[in-house]
Each structure stands twice: as C-alpha cells, then as structure tokens.
Design a protein around this ligand. Structure first.
Ligand code: MF3
Ligand code: CO
Length: 254
C-alpha cells in the first residue's frame, strides 16, 4: 500500500458529474434503441451523437487503438465487444459500455439490456449483476477499505448463485479513464487501500451463468466466456463522500 490514491477537488468532481451525466444520457438513448434487428454499429452511432451533442468526447475511440465510441458485448461476450454489422436477435442480451470526457474529466458506465424476451435464468443474471454493483457502491465508504467493495460484490454474486469474472474489474477514474486503484470484483473485507472522501472510482462487476474462465477473441479486444455461457456487466462511476457514495453516472430521470 505504498502509493496513496489521489483525491479529487469539488471542482474536479463537478466536471466528472457532467461527464457522468453525458454517459448516462447516452446509455438511456441506447437502452431505448435496443431491439431485435438493430446492429451494434447503429448503437455506436447513437451514443457517439449523444455524447458529442452534449459537448463531450467519446473516451473509448482511439484508446489504445480501440475503433469505436462504445463497447457492445452480446451474450457470451463479457466486455470490449467491438460494434459492427451484427444484428441483435430476439433473446440476446447486450452489455453496452460508454465513456465520455468533459472538460478533461471522465465518466464511464455500462448496462446490460435484453433484446426482446430472454430466459428467466438470464433475467436473474442481469438482476444479480445490478445488485452486485449496488452492493459494491454501498460498501464504498470514507474510512473503509477497497477490499470491502470487492468482497461486497463477490458476496452478492455468490448469494445469487453466480460467479464473478476475476481477470477484469473496476478502476480509479478522473483525468484518465484508468487510474489507481484496480478494483477486483472479489476479495477480502478490511484489506487493501484505505478509502477516502474525494476518491472517484468506476465499479464494474461482470457475472456469468456458467464458468468464469475467459478468452480474448482474435480481434484482440472481445473478451468471451470460455464455455460460451452468457455474461452480464453493469458499471457506474462514483465519488466517495463523507456521507456515502454519489453515483456520477446516474440517469437524471429518476
Ligand atoms: N469501461 C471499460 C473499462 O473500464 C472501457 C472500455 S475499454 C476501451 O475497461 F478500450 F474500449 F476503451
Ligand atoms: Co470502466
């Protein structure tokens, strides 16, 4: 624990709130568009337009050579699916991950959405992933430890009967999309970095119906389950305050 995590000033958090608002608006626009027949590149265009029309810049485009403004990961694709001509089919689930920069500060969030009707198992997986995210956010407290967050996510997943992906996780966020610390979706309470008001984190559990073993497709980006079982992914950017966590990527229509 040699390296301290930088906390943000209220002014920096205000910019992140604006970036987060843009990300949330893009995700809500995407949610409204998800249906059988739409392609992932059409969804990418929708998000790109919303982000730019609100004065933001898509953070993913060009990041380490990433070619699009969103990640669109269908069914067994866990994260980092590249948008393209594939059409959604009835019963697919799609994880949509969006990042935006506003005045130099970043927001990052993801939702998983069903195209048409999905099986009750898949529905349960999506609900459990969202609940695991909520548990992680609730555990992100001033004076607590990073391991409290990791453990809360893992425990929520397990209590619903699902496993978390272990090789990918959340991260600090601010002027860069990925800052310290790495936030595993599994761990031990009471361990790890001390959490402080002013820290800004992207928390992002990924849960699977089957085995959590992963592979990366030959495109170099798309992470899939080795057993091709369905995965779900939810993410929010939060700021730790003296009084719990503030979600910076919350949809404004509550
Ligand atoms: N939300 C993703 C993450 O935290 C970002 C997508 S990676 C990109 O890793 F390369 F596509 F930008
Ligand atoms: Co992220």
């Amino acid at each position: 624990m040699a390296v301290a995590i930088k906390t943000k000033t209220p002014d920096e958090i205000e910019r992140m709130r604006r970036a987060g608002h843009i990300v949330a608006a893009a995700l809500e626009a995407l949610r409204a568009q998800v249906r059988p027949g739409i392609t992932t590149q059409e969804l990418d265009a929708v998000a790109d337009e919303v982000i730019r029309s609100m004065g933001g810049t898509p953070s993913f485009k060009g990041y380490r050579g990433y070619p699009a403004s969103i990640c669109a990961s269908i069914n067994e694709e866990i994260v980092h699916g590249i948008p393209g001509p594939r059409q959604l089919q009835e019963g697919d689930v799609i994880s949509l991950d969006v990042g935006a920069i506003y005045e130099g500060y970043q927001g990052d969030a993801a939702i998983t959405v069903a195209a048409g009707k999905v099986s009750s198992q898949v529905q349960r997986l999506m609900e459990a992933t969202q609940a695991a995210l909520a548990a992680g956010i609730n555990a992100a407290r001033d004076g607590g430890r990073l391991g409290d967050v990791s453990y809360a996510i893992e425990a929520a997943a397990q209590s619903a009967g699902f496993q978390v992906i272990r090789e990918y996780g959340g991260h600090g966020i601010g002027q860069h999309m990925h800052e310290q610390p790495m936030i595993p979706n599994w761990g031990h309470p009471g361990r790890g970095y001390r959490l402080k008001a002013g820290m800004t984190l992207a928390i992002e559990p990924m849960l699977v119906l089957g085995s959590p073993v992963t592979q990366v497709r030959p495109d170099g980006w798309t992470v899939v389950t080795a057993d091709r079982s369905v995965s779900a992914h939810f993410e929010h950017t939060i700021a730790i305050t003296e009084d719990g966590a503030e979600i910076l990527t919350k949809p404004s229509a509550i």
